[in-house]
Design a protein around this ligand. Structure first.
Ligand code: NAI
Length: 219
């Protein structure tokens, strides 16, 4: 079957559906519905149905969604039904904060290498991870089948680090540095920017806009 083309906002919502379904399962719920998912996530039930319909028919008449079944399907769609080896580049504040984060492993993301360029940091062990020099990156990415790179270096070094990761074989990058990375179309980049989020919050709070912003894209 050809892979469906998935709009990015839909892909983000799939992760939210999965998280909500896992929470419902933890509460002992056996089934769910588009309405329940929509209400929990501030979406319409029509939106939930439309997003899921891209991938198939998951609901059961008179029952709704069987939670374990839909969780398994969503994990398959999102690629989180398998484990992913990841590397962190930059063992500073952000890198160190990420290394001991146990939920990564529980969700199927294994940090299997950490790199830095600072001789004072290289060789140290942080949360069980030995920090390696950048010169080890190409070989370790290949040997440890690392497909995801997490960039936690200063902005000025981020592009060069991204290039090194991609050249070594990494296919997805989680970028914490506040710059837009230039990458080939076969590489996926997702950026995390707490500051941008804080600015958005400040904007909403200062204008008294909380809860009144239109979530749709402007046309
Ligand atoms: P840091 O200065 O504590 O750590 C950066 C590490 O990167 C250092 O260990 C340094 O030796 C290493 N490094 C520098 N150049 C390198 C290179 N070419 N190759 C390999 N390693 C290299 O910085 P911090 O506070 O951890 O921030 C890391 C990045 O995250 C920065 O770009 C910062 O602006 C960004 N940041 C992002 C936030 C977000 O919300 N996304 C929040 C705070 C910081």
């Amino acid at each position: 079957m050809p892979k469906p083309r998935v709009p990015r906002p839909t892909a983000k919502r799939l992760s939210l559906y999965l998280r909500e379904l896992e929470a419902q399962q933890d509460r002992g719920q056996p089934t769910s519905s588009s309405k329940q998912l929509g209400t929990a996530l501030g979406l319409t039930d029509a939106q939930v149905r439309k997003d899921l319909a891209i991938f198939g028919q998951f609901g059961h008449p008179g029952i709704g969604y069987k939670i374990p079944e839909l969780i398994a399907q969503l994990r398959k769609i999102l690629g989180t039904d398998r484990s992913w080896n990841a590397a962190i580049v930059g063992a500073g504040n952000i890198g160190r904060a990420l290394m001991p984060y146990a939920r990564f492993r529980r969700k199927g993301f294994e940090i299997v290498a950490v790199f830095d360029s600072d001789p004072a940091v290289i060789g140290s062990v942080i949360a069980g991870h030995k920090v390696r020099p950048m010169s080890d990156l190409p070989q370790l990415v290949r040997e440890r089948n690392i497909l995801i790179g997490i960039i936690a270096v200063p902005a000025a070094a981020a592009q060069q680090v991204a290039d090194a990761l991609i050249k070594a074989g990494v296919k997805g990058i989680l970028n914490f540095a506040p710059i837009r990375l230039e990458v080939d179309h076969h590489v996926s980049v997702d950026s995390v920017d707490f500051l941008l989020s804080l600015e958005q919050l400040a904007f909403q709070v200062s204008l008294g806009l909380a809860g009144s912003l239109d979530e749709r894209d402007g046309e």
